[in-house]
Design a binder for this molecule. Structure first.
Ligand code: N01
Length: 544
């Protein structure tokens, strides 16, 4: 166990806190700042890693880079932080994000209240004392009135249980648990399983040094060029001079990005004009492509036009016709799975040392001691990279060993799928807040925007409770059911559920209940709902 500073240890000698926060990524750090520095509460963060960063602390795979534009991938609660920090590229690389979060942690003096290298093993609600008893892998138990999970949505690695995996004589790695010292691919035969956002970022970088890279693709994917570049001095100055405007745009937008979705519809324009719009969006690059029209996720025929455009680009880039055909054999509407953005992904298949295996035609049978065996034969490998994603949104929460009122575990309460009110609380778990929990916009949004909203809402709620002498807050079953229904209703009004194998639905993890987890009603709308709930005296919650 490492306690950030001795002053925290002394002050916290009684091992009883006002709040325990689990996780020291974007969410946990800001929550600590607000509870400690604004409300004057005694809060401790417990963090598994030996540094801040959360998702970005663990995801050190080759090519790891954020798909949000750097000037928007920042805390916007402090102009001072925004003015002092300088991003170097349009999209920040993982090491730069970790440097940024360390800069914030140091600036706000957060580390003294973060307990690093410590894993939470259980969190049990003691109804009599109205305290959460949080135990950790170092044998300690601490108590707190408030339990705040800030464990991230994509932090529980999904390593598929492919037969024979443990017999493999080479090395294997999951992208979300990447060795800190890095992996040397020089002269190695590498196999990569998975072509989601992560895999698509990793391929071109691994290909640069590997002797050969074999990519095992189960579901073909769209990808849009990131068009990454170093930020100019003019842009950096513009971003610092227009903080209010950028903040306002991000807060008004559906996805929390610093651009709005165009209001025109796909069939409002001619086919020729549409082609020009898509070409321009392709050149601009990144997630802005999705904002070209406002009905891409609402109307399948409209979506087909974007899908056809993106598939045609694959055909233009990839020289080998068979590889191009397999890469473009995409079975879901555009953006119904999180659309990856890339730097040289499709181009990498024109290299002599990169090849594609279409697992839909020739599925993996097993992993052998020498490599990966498909129905078509064995691929001999020295290294296997699992870019196979995460047990998203619920995986990390359900590993915490949470037990609520009457001894009911969170795993039991959510056995048919997660059930929250506003993504922030579950019935039967008083004073437990789940930052960016299932039922919140989170992963459908530029994460820092979603995080700031949730963290600030929780801080305001706790402030009200402390001022008014309220002991407990918990949603009613009725409010939870209403919210779960609303989350389903807004998702079903879009094309999103049509990607039947997406992690939004939990479909990537065998046995996981199929429930559409994030809130698809838009970040701005969600913020309005949360504000209204608070203004109406926390409607839907029981305060006692
Ligand atoms: O994971 P994924 P990811 N056999 O689940 C395949 C965020 N992110 O780590 O589609 C063979 O999307 C699976 O195939 P299929 C972003 O939100 C953000 O790439 O299930 N293949 C798929 O191809 C993203 O959406 C940034 O058929 C198997 C891949 O593995 C989320 O993280 C950067 C398999 C997994 O794709 C997750 O992305 C990177 C098996 N048994 C990621 N199991 C930012 O910029 C799985 N696959 C912020």
């Amino acid at each position: 166990m490492t306690i950030g500073s001795t002053s925290a240890a002394k002050r916290d000698g009684a091992a009883q806190y006002d709040a325990v926060i689990i996780g020291a990524g974007f969410s946990g750090m800001y929550q600590l700042h607000l509870l400690r520095d604004r409300l004057g509460l005694n809060a401790r963060v417990i963090e598994r890693g030996d540094g801040v960063g959360g998702t970005w602390y663990w995801n050190r795979y080759p090519g790891a880079r954020c798909d949000s534009e750097s000037h928007s991938y920042s805390y916007y609660f402090s102009d001072e932080l925004l003015k002092e920090w300088e991003w170097s590229e349009r999209y920040p690389q993982q090491p730069e994000i970790v440097r940024y979060l360390n800069f914030v942690a140091d600036k706000l003096d957060l580390k003294r209240d973060i307990q690093f290298d410590t894993t939470v093993t259980g969190a049990v609600y003691d109804e009599k004392a109205n305290l959460w008893r949080v135990s950790t892998d170092d044998g300690e138990t601490v108590s707190a009135k408030y339990l705040i999970t800030a464990v991230g949505c994509l932090s529980s690695a999904n390593v598929p249980d492919i037969p024979g995996r443990d017999t493999f004589k080479g090395k294997w790695y999951h992208t979300g648990q990447w060795p800190h010292e890095g992996v040397d691919f020089t002269g190695k035969r590498v196999g990569q399983i998975g072509t989601g956002s992560t895999g698509i970022q990793a391929v071109p970088v691994i290909a640069e040094t590997a002797k050969h890279l074999t990519v095992f693709q189960r579901t073909a994917n769209y990808s849009i060029p990131a068009q990454n570049h170093p930020l100019s001095a003019e842009f950096k100055a513009w971003a610092k001079e227009n903080i209010d405007e950028i903040r306002q745009t991000m807060r008004a937008s559906t996805n929390g990005h610093p651009f709005l979705i165009n209001e025109r519809k796909v069939f409002d324009v001619s086919a020729e004009e549409r082609r020009k719009i898509y070409e321009k969006a392709w050149e601009v690059g990144g997630l802005r492509f999705r904002a070209s029209f406002n009905d891409l996720l609402l109307d399948k025929a409209a979506n087909d036009t974007a899908a056809d455009f993106l598939k045609s680009k694959i055909g233009e880039i990839v020289k080998d016709p068979e590889t191009a055909k397999n890469l473009a054999a995409i079975d879901h509407p555009f953006a119904t799975k999180r659309p990856p953005i890339d730097t040289g992904y499709f181009e990498a298949y024109n290299r002599d040392n990169v090849s594609l295996v279409n697992l839909r035609d020739t599925p993996i049978v097993e992993i052998t001691e020498n490599g990966v065996k498909t129905t078509d034969g064995e691929y001999e490998l020295d290294i296997i990279v699992f870019a196979t994603g995460f047990d998203a949104m619920t995986g990390s929460l359900l590993k915490l060993g949470i037990v609520g009122r009457d001894g009911v575990t969170l795993n039991k309460a959510w056995e048919a799928g997660p059930r929250t009110y506003l993504g922030i609380q579950a019935a039967g778990f008083p004073n437990m807040f789940t930052i960016t929990g299932p039922g919140s916009p989170s992963v459908l949004c530029n994460m820092p925007v979603a995080i700031e909203q949730h963290v600030e809402w929780v801080a305001d709620c706790i402030e009200t409770m402390e001022k008014d002498g309220i002991d407990r807050i918990e949603p009613t079953e009725e409010a939870v059911t209403g919210w779960v229904d609303h989350v389903n209703e807004v998702a079903n009004a879009t094309l999103l559920p049509q990607a039947g194998h997406s992690w939004y639905l939990g479909a990537n993890v065998p046995g996981k209940p199929r429930v559409f987890m994030p809130y698809a009603g838009g970040m701005a709308r969600f913020r309005g709902i949360c504000d209204e709930v608070a203004e109406k005296g926390y409607e839907g919650f029981v305060l006692s």
